[in-house]
Design a protein around this ligand. Structure first.
Ligand code: PA5
Length: 445
């Protein structure tokens, strides 16, 4: 297995009997998923996605990515939340957060429509000037404001630059199979479309065209990503906590939550994991945070954040636990040089590999934080490969579903996301929201 849960740094916080006590509830949560009778069971398409996906569409994704790589210098992926975080996480994890600055044969990739910022949109528009570019608008509903604005802008730019015919070859749309304005509009305009399956929610959609097209544009092997996910799918099927690391992680989270550990910090030791943290935060935050319950998902990158949040984690409010991702074989060596004069006093590190220093920093931090009363779940990832990442994605998705059922919430809806939207639409004067406007404006005075 590429992913292993090491519980040695939580063992002083959880007694063995506690796992045994939780086992019947884990069995029940497993049964709800298996029998598809739990809350939100219309959204379980992701459970079998690694093997049960549309092979014809998968081939079209590869062909579209090839065409984009050939015809574009810049590729803009337009989407928000589950419609962008997964793709960006995978690209940065497997390539680099500096992907766009690297020497490469694939296009620069930018993400638009994930904010309401004039500055960000203006920057991206100017970045496209004088360059061949393509866009992929990704929106299951087709109505989300942020990507809709960006799509309108970039579609306009493409049509101005290449004409309607030319633009058609450069616009790729990932949306609902049948319903929705974006699908109808795309069919009428003749854009190539890809499907967000009805039974896969946004935050579980990275292994559909939502994530796979941008990921493939970056030159990442999407077959290997799916293969890794399929390994996870096969491995995490036994409800026995002693045999299923994915369920063990869900159980540890639940036990710690019951002990008042209400914040989970996902810890990466590599800058390339920062967006994976963001993907994970949405997955867990949107799945669990409801009915006035849930673990608050936070994240850090060490050692960077040991110099900002390290103090709090070591010594602040004791409602935290950490989940640490350790990439065992990072694939890159960097030897620390010797200085004959040892001006900086660093010669005790001469000849040592940076990766070794990092691993030592991690061990030191694990021990310090456990001493400070912070349980640490260690997730050991074999390497920085498509296969291992595919497995990790499936691991987190399935653990999230089990966690939600253990918590007694529907892990697959997100009713709370609508509240700000309704207010915003009313205040902006969107037709249909007139009755709310006066009251909201009065409250803002
Ligand atoms: O996980 C989710 O469901 C959300 O984050 C959505 O992905 C996000 O709101 C974007 O929605 P849509 O794809 O409909 O534009």
């Amino acid at each position: 297995m590429s992913i292993r849960v090491n519980d040695q740094y939580v063992s002083s916080f959880i007694r063995n009997e506690e796992y045994a006590q939780l086992q019947p509830m884990v069995n029940a949560a497993h049964e709800l998923l298996e029998s598809r009778t739990g809350a939100g069971s219309d959204f379980l398409g992701w459970t079998t996605l690694p093997v049960d996906y549309d092979k014809e569409e998968f081939a079209r994704i590869k062909a579209a990515a090839k065409k984009i790589r050939k015809t574009c210098k810049v590729f803009i992926a337009i989407g928000i939340g589950g419609s962008y975080l997964g793709a960006r996480a995978v690209i940065e994890f497997l390539k680099s957060p500096l992907y766009n600055n690297m020497k490469k044969k694939t296009p620069d990739i930018y993400f638009a429509g994930n904010n309401i910022s004039a500055a960000a949109l203006d920057e991206l528009v100017r970045l496209c000037e004088g360059k061949d570019f393509c866009i992929n608008v990704i929106s299951k509903s087709g109505t989300t404001t942020e990507p809709a604005i960006a799509f309108r802008v970039f579609r306009g730019l493409l049509e101005k630059k290449y004409g309607k015919e030319g633009a058609r070859e450069r616009i790729f749309v990932t949306t609902d199979r049948q319903k929705g304005t974006l699908k109808h509009f795309s069919d009428d305009a003749g854009y190539e479309t890809f499907v967000v399956p009805d039974d896969v929610g946004g935050r579980f959609s990275v292994l559909t065209a939502v994530g796979l097209l941008p990921i493939a544009v970056a030159g990442i092997d999407i077959d290997a990503l799916m293969k890794g996910a399929a390994e996870g799918m096969n491995a995490y099927n036994d409800p026995d906590l002693a045999k299923n690391d994915c369920y063990k992680y869900a159980a540890i989270r639940n036990i710690l939550y019951r002990k008042g550990k209400q914040t989970e910090i996902l810890v990466g030791y590599e800058p390339y994991a920062a967006m994976l943290n963001e993907w994970w935060k949405q997955l867990y935050g949107e799945s669990e945070g409801k009915d006035q319950k849930g673990i608050f998902p936070a994240s850090v990158i060490f050692s960077t954040d040991l110099h900002s949040l390290g103090q709090f984690i070591q010594d602040g409010t004791r409602n935290l636990f950490e989940t640490v991702i350790s990439v065992e074989n990072g694939g890159v060596s960097f030897e620390i040089p010797n200085d004959p004069d040892n001006i900086d006093g660093l010669n005790f590190l001469s000849g040592m590999d940076m990766d070794q220093v990092k691993k030592t920093a991690m061990q030191a931090t694990l021990l310090a934080h456990v001493d400070g009363g912070v349980p640490n779940v260690l997730i050991e990832m074999s390497d920085r490969s498509e296969e291992a990442l595919g497995q990790l994605i499936y691991f987190f998705e399935k653990a999230c579903a089990i966690s939600g059922y253990l918590l007694g919430v529907n892990p697959f809806n997100q009713p709370g996301v609508e509240a700000y939207k309704k207010n915003m639409f009313a205040l902006l004067g969107k037709p249909g929201y007139e009755s709310m406007k006066a009251d909201l404006e009065a409250r803002l005075e």
